[in-house]
Ligand binder design. Structure first.
Ligand code: NAD
Ligand code: LMR
Length: 342
């Protein structure tokens, strides 16, 4: 849907009059960390959405130029820039969706958890401002380590008395995007047809692609399952190593985050058929946070698709049990951090 809307604006002469019927632009989206690698590309993709009326770009530096540049695109949304803590509150007023890619990325040799000390504070500060200024917004957390930053965000929102678990999401869409790409390549399928649910968390073995639940139904050898699972789990590191010190995934992440934003806006717009994987507060397992497929609606998560965890293969059952201690520790680390703060 995102690219249909993009193409209909970029190449209007090649599409039918029907597909050019104007859609109302009615939602406001804020990006916190908008001048960064993910933030800039994500801002461009969201600027192309016909559902967006205003795009608020916040960062601690360099956001004026990004906003000036982007504002010249002849797509409907108005672009506004906000720089530094003094302008943070205003960047959030009246916003429907807040996307948070602020923070430092990995370098080769680091784990996502190595980012905890810096990014935990950044996420805490930003979510406090969201609680004060946009308590009803959907909150999309991209900053790593997602397994811990989402529990931190939940604690911050609880302290502020505005926690709504159905509207807080850790963005794991990139894991799904990667799984779909790698499976389509391996099995010679059309990319557009492939959908692999990815559950658990967003780091190493906590990323669990449920290959047995791939749609359309595909059979894999044991070797293929092992190879694909490990590649999907290590795909972030694959990019970090290829970038060799210049950061982590930004373009594929922006693509994935734009998909999740577009899905959220469609849900807010009343589309009753929106499903995405996301890391949320969950009762699907004994862990308090867990990524799974969810149905999105106007109020956020409308249903958790529990059927994905039924009828798993032996490999998936073992991998699910194996990821739990690491994910539990990351959740507890996030909660512990947030509860220690005054
Ligand atoms: P980047 O360094 O290019 O950009 C980060 C931006 O955040 C910078 O513009 C910086 O000025 C800004 N920033 C720092 N502190 C801030 C604050 N207090 N308030 C507002 N903005 C602030 O990094 P990037 O490549 O865009 O990655 C950002 C984060 O996203 C990293 O933590 C990375 O690990 C994570 N990430 C997550 C996923 C995922 O799948 N969830 C994928 C890729 C990257
Ligand atoms: C990713 O999966 O690409 C991100 O989480 C960034 C990283 O550090 O790998």
């Amino acid at each position: 849907a995102l690219w249909q809307s993009v193409i209909s604006r970029v190449v209007p002469t090649q599409v039918s009059v029907k597909s050019l019927q104007p859609q109302a632009s009615m939602f406001k989206v804020a990006i916190l960390g908008a001048a960064g690698g993910i933030g800039q590309s994500l801002a461009l993709l969201i600027k192309m959405s016909p559902l967006v009326s205003a795009l608020h770009l916040y960062d601690i530096a360099n956001v004026k130029g990004v906003a000036a540049d982007l504002s010249h695109c002849n797509t409907p949304s108005q672009v506004l820039d906000f720089t530094g803590p003094a302008e943070l509150a205003n960047s959030l007023k009246g916003v429907d969706v807040v996307v948070i890619p602020a923070g430092v990325p990995r370098k080769p040799g680091m784990t996502r958890d190595d980012l905890f000390n810096i990014n935990a504070n950044i996420v805490k500060t930003l979510v406090e401002a969201v609680a004060d200024n946009a308590p009803d917004a959907f909150i999309h957390i991209i900053s790593n380590p997602v397994n811990s930053t989402v529990p931190i965000a939940a604690e911050v929102l609880k302290k502020k008395g505005v926690y709504n678990p159905t509207k807080l999401f850790g963005v794991t869409t990139l894991d799904v995007v990667r799984a779909n790409t790698f499976v389509a390549q391996k099995k010679n399928l059309r990319l557009i047809d492939v959908d692999v649910p990815v559950v658990g968390g967003h780091s190493g073995i906590t990323i669990l692609p449920l290959l047995s639940k791939t749609r359309p139904s595909v059979t894999f050898t044991d070797e293929e399952v092992e190879e694909l699972t490990v590649r999907i789990q290590n795909a972030g590191t694959e990019v970090v190593e290829a970038k060799a010190g210049a950061g982590s995934a930004t373009l594929s992440m922006a693509y994935a985050a734009a998909r999740f934003v577009e899905s959220s806006l469609r849900a807010l717009d009343g589309d009753g058929d929106v499903y995405e994987c996301a890391y949320i507060q969950s009762e699907l397992t004994e862990l308090p946070f867990f990524a799974s497929r969810v149905k999105l609606g106007r109020k956020g998560v409308e249903a958790v698709i529990s059927a994905d965890l039924q009828g798993l293969t032996e490999y998936e059952v073992k991998a699910l049990e194996a990821l739990k201690p690491e994910l539990k520790a990351s959740i507890e680390k996030g909660v512990g951090f947030a509860q220690k703060q005054e």
